[in-house]
Design a binder for this molecule. Structure first.
Ligand SMILES: Nc1ncnc2c1ncn2[C@@H]1O[C@H](COP(=O)(O)OP(=O)(O)O)[C@@H](O)[C@H]1O
Ligand SMILES: [Mg+2]
Length: 286
């Protein structure tokens, strides 16, 4: 709640504004959700989400706890397949392909649309092997693994801090370094999209700033979707923001997540179109 009530006075939109100065700026769609419903067994966690993610943009998913942000995020690379009873209806197009199509290889989908989790989860291996693991198991053709490891760590802004201890355990790194290692591990298999589920919520403010700066760098090469419960973070990093909430059914009282409003970040925070967005960002509802 703190981050919500404290949100408004200190919000800055420099970054988002710089990307939205031209109203006709509309890069191509990379991922496109059309009328997506997501179930866990008979429970409908998310209803009717249509949402397009644009190339080389950072999109934030925000909204109160339990409104389905992580569920939507996991549907974007078929991570929900790994959850018992989870089911997705509707279409999610990745470029020109429905990722839930019949002959689609979910593992390949997850390589091209990588994911970074809330809690850094390096493998119990050396720093080097954490990066080399993905390329090895996916059988990537690699001319020099050393070069690939260096490149991924450099792109994740970690190389200088670890270049002299590549053979040491990843567990010796700080939390922030571990999270950047997980980002490097995702990058190593050459994805197009990187999904991040509250990637900074276990980190201190300095480590958080490093990840946010890194996201701005990565945007030049990748498309990023980030779930964050921190509205200032959405305001700082995201080009566009999608606000979700949970609606209760009048008769049954069952709650389901819906997309309320999706717009450029500056627009959504400064001139929200929906009263529910306004209430949320001004802290009247959490
Ligand atoms: N693995 C699961 N099995 C059953 N229900 C789940 C599972 N994961 C999430 N849910 C439910 O789906 C709804 C949305 O959850 P989630 O996507 O985690 O929300 P958020 O990330 O916005 O906090 C919640 O009601 C939650 O309890
Ligand atoms: Mg979540």
């Amino acid at each position: 709640m703190n981050d919500i009530s404290g949100a408004q006075p200190s919000m800055h939109f420099d970054h988002a504004l710089s990307r939205t100065a031209h109203a006709d700026y509309d890069p191509p769609t990379v991922l496109d959700c059309n009328d997506v419903n997501i179930f866990y067994g008979s429970f409908r966690a998310v209803t009717g989400v249509s949402l397009a993610f644009h190339r080389h943009e950072i999109t934030a998913l925000i909204g109160p706890s339990g409104c389905g942000k992580s569920t939507v995020l996991r549907s974007l690379n078929r991570m929900n397949d790994l959850v018992e009873g989870a089911r997705v209806e509707g279409t999610i197009m990745f470029n020109d392909e429905n990722i839930y199509g019949k002959d689609v290889d979910a593992i390949e989908v997850r390589r091209r649309i990588g994911m970074v989790f809330q809690k850094p989860n390096p493998f119990p291996k050396s720093i080097y092997d954490n990066i080399a693991y993905g390329p090895r198991v996916t059988g990537m053709k690699v001319s020099s693994m050393d070069d690939l490891v260096e490149e991924a760590l450099t792109k994740a802004a970690l190389w200088d801090e670890v270049k002299d201890k590549l053979k040491q355990s990843a567990f010796g790194l700080s939390g922030g370094q571990q999270q950047r290692l997980c980002i490097a591990r995702t990058i190593a298999v050459q994805p197009e999209v990187i999904l991040m589920d509250e990637p900074c919520s276990a980190l201190d403010p300095i480590a958080t700033t490093k990840i946010e700066d890194l996201m701005h760098e990565l945007r030049n090469e990748y498309t990023i979707v980030i779930v964050t419960h921190n509205m200032q973070q959405a305001a700082r990093v995201a080009d566009r923001t999608a606000f979700f909430t949970a609606l209760a059914d009048d008769t049954t009282g069952d709650r389901t997540g819906v997309l309320v409003e999706y717009d450029f970040t500056s627009k959504l925070f400064e001139q929200p179109a929906d009263q529910r967005t306004e209430d949320y960002i001004s802290g009247r509802f959490g």
